[in-house]
Design a protein around this ligand. Structure first.
Ligand SMILES: Nc1ncnc2c1ncn2[C@@H]1O[C@H](COP(=O)(O)OP(=O)(O)OP(=O)(O)O)[C@@H](O)[C@H]1O
Ligand SMILES: [Mg+2]
Length: 308
């Protein structure tokens, strides 16, 4: 019961807001179901999963209480089954016998026993690797070369995937059938996003409150814009917050001004958005950002855009 109680009563403090997502994830974890978080980059997926690891109760290993393990694997097209599951050491296979367990070098996945296997960007893995995972998740055993290896690692698999990632292998239906999917969206309100920025962003000089509100609401407005097919994430907001401060600092000021924000915009924001094709041929991202910024910050003084 320890496990269930812990999950119910503890908050995932690292993540502000996202109450519905947290609830969904807790509900999946209570049943130890494998889950994939779906959302654009910089939306807080990794932060959320790390937070989940912190609310897992300690596990008892060798009579000692230990923190539940958190093993992270970065999905990529080059990742192999051997990286994940393990491999056979040829020298040991010769010494101990070809089918001996001593010859097996366990892969990363075994370290997750009793905790969480966090699989980032699972949709960047090859289809072959997806198939290896299928077997592991379903049968608790895996085949490497001519070896059938019994696989005893009790973990909760939490994957992430970015639905917009172009260069990825689509996840097969059989693969997706092993998972529950939870969708994440940007912070629900301006206030939550402002708090995230203040909590996560580095501080160097003073950032006047009204300017910060305006910056966050500008980014949130871009997120709703019909001109864009890729929208800026929280990481972009944090980036502009930090770079505006450096810009002020470089000019020996102790306080951020609008021009510092503008000077940070191009470098932080332009590549993080993508204009719709109909606009892309008329103007560049740089021009678009500058134009929108000037309109919002200098012409539209009244509009604080304080919508959720
Ligand atoms: N709701 C939130 N609460 C606290 N911090 C957040 C939240 N959303 C985003 N962040 C912050 O935004 C930054 C990016 O978050 P994170 O790395 O978790 O995103 P991600 O979804 O894993 O991105 P990627 O897909 O690129 O790996 C971090 O600094 C994180 O702390
Ligand atoms: Mg991440």
């Amino acid at each position: 019961m320890d496990f269930e109680k812990n999950i119910v009563k503890q908050d995932i403090k690292e993540v502000l807001g996202q109450d519905e997502v947290k609830k969904q994830l807790k509900s999946a974890i209570l049943m130890r179901r494998h889950t994939i978080l779906v959302g654009q980059p910089g939306i807080g997926k990794t932060t959320l999963v790390k937070g989940v690891a912190n609310i897992l109760p300690d596990i008892v290993l060798d009579k000692k209480k230990k923190k539940a393990p958190f093993v992270r694997i970065q999905g990529s097209p080059d990742l192999t089954a051997e990286d994940l599951i393990g491999d056979i050491d040829p020298a040991k296979a010769l010494k101990f016998g070809a089918m001996s367990t001593e010859a097996f070098i366990p892969g990363k996945i075994f370290k997750a026993d009793g905790g969480i296997l966090f699989f980032d960007e699972v949709n960047r893995c090859s289809e072959k690797l997806q198939n290896t995972l299928l077997q592991v998740l379903e049968e608790g055993r895996v085949t490497i070369g001519s070896y059938d290896i019994d696989f005893n690692a009790d973990f909760i698999f939490i994957g992430t995937m970015n639905p917009e990632e172009a260069s990825t292998e689509p996840l097969s239906d059989v693969f997706l059938d092993r998972f529950d999917l939870i969708y994440m969206n940007p912070p629900e309100t301006l206030d939550i996003e402002r708090k995230i920025v203040l909590l996560r962003g580095k501080k160097l000089v003073d950032f006047p409150e009204e300017l910060l509100t305006k910056l966050v609401s500008f980014i949130r407005k871009l997120r709703k814009s019909k001109d864009l097919e890729k929208h800026p994430s929280v990481r972009a907001t944090i980036g502009i917050y930090e770079r505006s401060q450096s810009n002020a600092y470089l000019e020996n000021r102790k306080k951020v001004e609008s021009k510092d924000i503008l000077n940070a915009m191009i470098s932080v924001l332009s590549h993080r958005i993508r204009l719709k094709p109909s606009l892309k041929y008329i103007k560049s991202s740089n021009e678009y950002v500058k134009e929108q910024f000037s309109e919002y910050f200098f012409e539209n003084v009244e509009d604080q855009g304080d919508s959720p």
